[in-house]
Write a protein that binds this ligand. Structure first.
Ligand code: 2HG
Ligand code: ZN
Length: 462
């Protein structure tokens, strides 16, 4: 089915020239993800400047039965924000709605429009001495609407939870064009169903996030960052338990990185690893406003060395050194992409099962695909490993993913802990969910979007 005549004209008339892109060269950045794995085509890209304009665009699309793909920073690793290949969908970019409407340093909230880039929101909170704790490698491009729609995770989930835990209020445009304003700055609100949470993580399939009220925290005055090498994943779990015993909830990040991942980083970025090699590395950060944090961290590491949980390590002596240690972790994704084709597996299993999961999956892969190279790293504190597999042409992606996900399922895990389903994992979701769960998801989708106009083909096939 083609686009109805006059549809683009009507949008152009309504939005003005700044609000719509139609030239093939202009559309390109919006129709493919940054890894260039999910190329699509769009009838046009609309760039509304207000919630009212978003609602009006949705109305026009509804009247013409044109599907809409909402887009923020387009940093999804699951092809969640790009159109399909038909050329009949439009991309609705929230980029022009980027205002930070308010920062309330006393009430610890901020109200932000969907297109605001995450770093800008973090900086606005920091100016007021407050912390917006969502922290991701893609934070310089990811937007507030995108992180809400994707329920983004990142490196601070261990302490502060997923984006879901930080969303106090939302403004949504529904698939029928209704604006629902729930921009409340409240800590407690038990009035009716908590409909916000249906939209958080819905990946733009149920409604379009146009603004959000986010919870802030006091900004910790001190932080300690350490890079440590350990013999195996079991030792990293012992280290996590020890760190939590000694430092409590001051631990804000606890990342596991394999030697293979750091080798990729050294090879492609030239960054040096300042710790003697082990098979695995832990990058941890603790933060607090109380003094004595560094002494506490050093004492904890003393015990870890004594018990031979840690083989070698360094504690950052300055903010600059802390950033250098973090850079090693943050470059893994980019360096993996430079190495070649990879299959992403964003899995989680119960924390205590991580060592067995890594062993079982490694063995099964080595038996079936000895040439496949594993790049495993991730958020150990959350039980979330990015079990990515570098594959040369000719290897069966499907069979490799089957091995990884079947092993995940056998440990009671999830096929996506933080990146979401997008278009990449639609079939995998159906495969590993119960029929009753899938039926519930379909019913929710149908109730809110009976015409199937919002981000079709993402999360659910239809
Ligand atoms: C990270 O933890 C991101 O760095 C990206 O979630 C993970 O590249 C990946 O698979
Ligand atoms: Zn991650």
């Amino acid at each position: 089915m083609g686009i109805a005549e006059g549809f683009i004209d009507r949008l152009t008339q309504f939005l003005g020239p700044k609000g719509i892109l139609t030239g093939p060269g202009d559309l390109e950045p919006y129709t493919v993800d940054w890894r260039k794995l999910f190329p699509g085509r769009a009838a046009c890209v609309v760039r509304p400047a207000s919630t009212k304009q978003v609602a009006e665009v949705v109305q026009i699309c509804r009247e013409n039965a044109v599907p809409i793909v909402p887009q923020g920073g387009n940093t999804s690793l699951a092809g969640g924000a790009v159109p399909d290949a038909s050329g009949t969908q439009i991309v609705l970019s929230l980029a022009r709605m980027a205002a930070i409407r308010s920062v309330d340093a006393i009430g610890l909230t901020m109200e932000v429009e969907a297109g605001c880039v995450l770093t800008n929101a973090q900086n606005a909170a920091a100016v007021e001495g407050r912390l917006l704790p969502v922290s991701l490698a893609s934070e310089g491009s990811a937007t507030i609407g995108g992180i809400v729609a994707a329920n983004a995770g990142g490196v601070n989930v261990l302490r502060y939870g997923m984006t879901r835990n930080l969303v106090l209020g939302l403004e949504i445009v529904l698939p029928d064009g209704t604006i629902v304003n729930g921009l409340r700055h409240l800590r407690k609100n038990n009035a009716g169903y908590d409909w916000r949470q249906i939209f958080v993580g819905s990946e733009g399939t149920l409604g379009i996030v146009t603004a959000a009220v986010l919870r802030l925290l006091p900004r910790p005055k001190h932080s300690v960052v350490a890079l440590l090498s350990v013999a195996d994943p079991k030792s990293s779990l012992e280290l996590l338990a020890l760190a939590q015993e000694e430092l409590g909830d001051q631990i804000s990040a606890f990342e596991l990185v394999s030697a293979a991942s750091l080798n990729l980083v050294s090879k492609h970025s030239g960054l040096k690893v300042p710790v003697a090699a082990g098979e695995w590395f832990v990058l941890m950060e603790a933060a607090s406003s109380l003094s004595g944090l560094k002494d506490g961290a050093e004492a904890m590491l003393g015990i870890a060395f004594e018990r031979e949980i840690v083989l070698d390590g360094v504690i950052a002596e300055s903010a600059g050194q802390a950033s250098e240690l973090w850079a090693l972790r943050e470059h893994v994704t980019e360096c993996e992409a430079r190495e070649g084709k990879s299959l992403k597996h964003d899995i989680s299993v119960p924390l205590s099962a991580i060592p067995d999961f890594l062993r079982a999956t490694g063995q099964a892969l080595a038996a079936g695909f000895p040439e496949a190279r594993v790049n495993a790293f991730g958020h150990l504190g959350d039980g979330n490993i990015h079990y990515n597999v570098l594959v040369d042409e000719g290897l069966s992606s499907e069979a490799i993913t089957r091995i990884v996900h079947d092993t995940v399922a056998s440990f009671g895990g999830s096929i996506t802990a933080e990146h979401g389903i997008g278009q990449y994992r639609v079939r995998e979701l159906a495969r590993y969910s119960s029929p009753s769960e899938m039926a519930l998801l379909s019913r929710l989708k149908h109730v809110l979007d009976p015409q199937g106009l919002l981000n079709p083909g993402k999360v659910l096939l239809r």
